[in-house]
Design a binder for this molecule. Sequence first.
Ligand code: CDP
Ligand code: CDP
Length: 219
Amino acid sequence: SMKFKTVAIDGGAAVGKSSVSKECAKTLNYMHVDTGSHYRTIAYILLDKGIAPSLGEDAVSQALKGVEISTLIFGNSARMSVGGKEIEDSLIRTDKVNQNVSLFAAMPQVREFLKGYQRSMEGVAKEKNFAGLVMEGRDIGSVIFPNAEIKIFLDADEETRRKRRANEGISDSISKRDALDKNRKTAPLVRPEGSVLIDTSNMSKEEVIAKTLALIAEA
Ligand code: CDP
Ligand code: CDP
């Protein structure tokens, strides 16, 4: 009855993926992985090396060759580290990263670089004796784990999402990022086949968490 479950949580910017994923993982003793932080970390590292998205895919590919990724576990969350060093949240949630991350994430070389790593997280969660895995992102149910036991697609109207992000005191052009994420060729943001849609516009965080926990229990 305690079957290991993989939960895929996808959706656009500021729909509530992180708050819901983290809380569900904690409640169920599942391992939590935020793949948005992976793309943000890669964007930060590349920008720090002086590589802008406009330099193109070959320059990005070349720069990625020297990037060594590994994993650090903090409580229920597995965090990607680079060169054995923890990359702090304050470094990857800047305006500059917000403005560039989707441009890097549209590059097939960047997605390929992270895909194997993200898929390996199921094995890590099992090895660390977690009861399951909750992974959030844009393409988890569609590309990374198309066979996940449960797929959830979170949505909320744009006004609500803009307000939520503004309440965090972060300047972030979420509609621009969403447009880039939906329109790219490789692994675009889509509602995955077989996913349950939750519109969180008029739901509290607690309500979304309760609904998600119920769906996981049924799966
Ligand atoms: O927190 P927020 O929802 O604003 O964004 P995020 O989840 O941190 O993701 C940052 C960016 O990474 C997204 O806008 C996408 O461009 C990219 N991303 C992606 O392409 N695929 C994923 N699985 C996760 C994030
Ligand atoms: O990970 P993602 O960018 O999708 O969203 P988040 O960081 O979990 O949530 C964005 C903001 O919306 C946070 O400040 C949450 O507290 C808030 N939120 C909310 O007000 N109501 C919800 N149902 C979910 C999140």
